[in-house]
Design a protein around this ligand. Structure first.
Ligand SMILES: Cc1cc2nc3c(=O)[nH]c(=O)nc-3n(C[C@H](O)[C@H](O)[C@H](O)COP(=O)(O)OP(=O)(O)OC[C@H]3O[C@@H](n4cnc5c(N)ncnc54)[C@H](O)[C@@H]3O)c2cc1C
Length: 362
């Protein structure tokens, strides 16, 4: 019997596995594919990322430094409003390498990581959860005191235990141009219904173009016309889902959800790497596998940490659907230097942001 069975070796699952293994628990992680693949993420993260990875990983992961964003209400040819800091706001990192680094750290701590093992079923009983897994040698059954569903936006674990799905699943598409670009600004185009399209300079790794929107037939068509506006043809296309939530409840008797499975991301960007790992640390601190009642404490604690930022994130996303004239006026008023933390919209009300605004009005 394992103390924890973790489903999914993305950032949330690997971080959680590392922390609970370090605390002395027996942990196995089942990953349906190979860690880090297929890629479906921009890897654009705040500098907080460095507190979650070993120091020696920085050189492998780092691709570019970002100081701000240019917002456009139109395509590439349109004017823009720049929001920036004097210091680095965020980094662009190699997302595949991030997942490998986090899984390696969990493995080094003592967790068993089993790639090519897909969890296909769960049965909760009073004393444990029996997990059905399809691996290279056929069907296996394993028992765990607690199961962590870290299996992403389309979570099988969530379905199996009957927890509610997130309100929406957006469809994100990415494509790459190999030409190196060391610009310190990302471009954001509010030209997509209820979300946006983006251009991210990735240093020597080239440029990434992407967009996300409600799944519909014209996602590809819109992506083509967006990149054509920039005069580029992208390759290495990939796509993934972005949950917008979170659902009302993220735990059952002996099972809990973490990361995208729990809708722990920013509704105004879809970014979930740091929220998922923040919640993983909270889960590791609160959940005692001998006492399933502690799952409720995890639920309260992660909401206390992230709820207000997620709520404000929903409000910000609402701004993407405002008429263009209002977006232009709003951005003209607030453009310039900012003090806000990219993962924490509540820092809009911080002293640093106030100072940045006042200096802009001088
Ligand atoms: C186009 C796009 C761009 C994005 N850009 C950013 C960005 O720039 N910054 C950012 O912070 N976030 C971004 N995100 C979001 C980010 O990718 C997610 O928030 C993050 O990956 C969530 O981590 P996770 O560990 O919860 O889930 P995942 O990374 O999805 O990991 C889940 C893992 O579970 C495995 N799995 C699934 N089902 C099973 C099963 N039944 N059995 C075993 N294993 C299973 C999967 O193979 C996967 O490895 C983006 C998302 C998309 C779609």
């Amino acid at each position: 019997m394992y103390d924890f069975v973790v489903v999914g070796a993305g950032p949330a699952g690997s971080r959680f596995a590392r922390r609970v293994t370090e605390a002395g628990y027996d942990v196995v992680v089942f990953e349906q594919g190979t860690v880090g693949t297929p890629l479906a993420c921009s890897g654009h993260v705040s500098t907080d990322i460095w507190s979650f990875v070993p120091d020696d990983a920085r050189d492998r992961l780092w691709q570019n430094e970002i100081r701000g964003a240019r917002f456009h209400t139109g395509g590439p040819e349109s004017g823009s409003h720049a929001f920036y800091k004097d210091s680095v706001v965020s980094n662009v990192i190699d997302r595949v390498e991030l997942d490998r680094t986090l899984a390696d750290a969990a493995e080094r701590a003592g967790a068993e990581i089993r790639e090519n093992h897909t969890v296909t079923g769960l049965e909760e009983t009073r004393d444990c959860v029996t997990v059905t897994v399809r691996g290279p040698n056929g069907i296996e059954h394993h028992r765990g005191r607690i199961v962590a569903g870290c299996d992403g936006p389309n979570s099988r674990v969530r379905q199996e235990v009957g927890l509610q799905d997130p309100d929406e699943l957006l469809h994100g598409v990415l494509g790459f141009d190999d030409k190196p670009d060391h610009d310190e600004f990302v471009d954001v185009h509010l030209t997509v219904p209820e979300f946006f399209a983006w251009r991210i300079p990735r240093g020597d790794a080239g440029v990434e173009y992407g967009l996300a929107m409600a799944p519909s037939e014209d996602v590809t068509e819109r992506f083509e016309s967006f990149t054509a506006g920039y005069g580029v043809e992208t390759d290495r296309r990939c796509s993934g889902l972005i949950p917008i939530g979170p659902p009302e409840q993220t735990h059952s008797g002996r099972v809990f959800l973490l990361g995208d499975a729990a809708g722990q991301n920013k509704p105004f960007t879809g970014g979930g790497i740091l929220y998922g790992m923040t919640a993983a640390d909270i889960a590791a601190a609160y959940i005692d596998p001998e006492n399933p009642q502690t799952l409720a404490a995890y639920e309260d604690a992660w909401r206390a940490e992230l709820k207000r930022d997620i709520e404000l994130g929903h409000l910000i996303r609402g701004g993407y659907s405002l008429p263009e004239s209002i977006q232009e006026t709003g951005m003209s008023l607030f453009e310039g230097k900012i003090g806000v933390h990219m993962d924490r919209p509540t820092s809009l009300f911080s002293r640093e942001q106030l100072r940045a605004m006042i200096s802009g009005f001088k």
